[in-house]
Design a protein around this ligand. Sequence first.
Ligand code: PMP
Length: 405
Amino acid sequence: TSLFSSVEQGPPIEVFAVNKAFLDDTHPAKVNLSVGAYRTEECKPWVLPVVRDAEKRLAADDSLNHEYLPVLGLESFTQAATSMLLGGSECVAVAEGRAFGIQTLSGTGALRVGAEFLHRQLGYQTFYYSNPTWENHGLLFKNSGFTDARTYRYWNAKTRSIDFDGMYEDFENAPDKSVLILHACAHNPTGCDPTKEQWSKLAQLLKSRPSLFIFFDSAYQGFASGDLERDAYAVRYFAQEGFEFMCSQSFAKNFGLYNERIGNLTLVLRNASQVTPVKSQLTLIVRAMYSTPPNHGARIVSLVLNDPTLYEQWKQCIQTMSSRIKQMRLGLRERLEKLNTPGSWNHITEQIGMFSYTGLNPDQVAHIVSQHHVYLLKSGRINMCGLTTGNLDHVANAIHDAVTK
Ligand code: PMP
């Protein structure tokens, strides 16, 4: 018998299972609204022109080689990524040398390294993620050693908007030494973020609970609103208010570099004197996990963020992506309202970022998938980027049919 015979089949990962079902479907009108990746108006993946330009420059540069990067990554990248998040030297934490970044395997890797550090070095056992959240937060923190997974209220199904009072109360009642995972912007999957006023209320509460640790997850900076500063509002505000925190950054969406696994973990500390020991412990964690990070994505992002011309070009690209998404939001809402589909659909244009939480129930979702070949998650989350002018009518009709059946 095999030494592996005790291994049981694990549960499928929903988003990849739905994506596969879409690929296997031969229906000509099929639409994929599952996996979170940008698509053009022609429903094609998009390599940002600025990324192509950067890649050509890198390919032509004979001075570059394939030596190992340092364990904590390419410094010109981590510095630029941290400044992009916190706002450069106008951020006091940056100016005082108590904020720094380390290169990670995309946003997931940043969360993973940060979580393991919090567990091993600071002894955190409890973490809170929003209900609902990106489906990987729970598994990721558990595999980093956390033993106590809890959720905080976030979505009010009745109003199809954020349940701020519920969230606030759950934080008030959180036991000491809990990590709170907060989406920096464009909450996945609901597309609903706290307002500035709500962020300020949370900050006041968290000031009175100094053992709660804030872990921002920033997967959509610039991609969400088209404006890098606006999407970094919450993180910069907490830095300005003097908090210590971590923030994972992903360059998958805003650079279209999904498979390059390029991310950054930014840490904001209270004392600059702690930077060196904290870095040394992060080095040991990364060393044992994957030793050193990959190079290609880091070089691209570093080149673009540090070159004024490429940087402007990149900002145009994120404008292109975010405005196409906004158009699709408008288009879907307009069509549902024209069809007189029961319910209100204003949340579709009020939500922000890649996803919309439609409010469709699992029954309606199953109907849409099986009868109309439109693929979405059971939760009713749709990737707005899968919509195009060409398929909006089909998707709106499918939703209408499911809601009125
Ligand atoms: N956090 C959230 C909320 C996300 O939506 C994503 C991407 N789907 C990530 C983190 C990380 O993605 P990646 O590892 O591809 O950067």
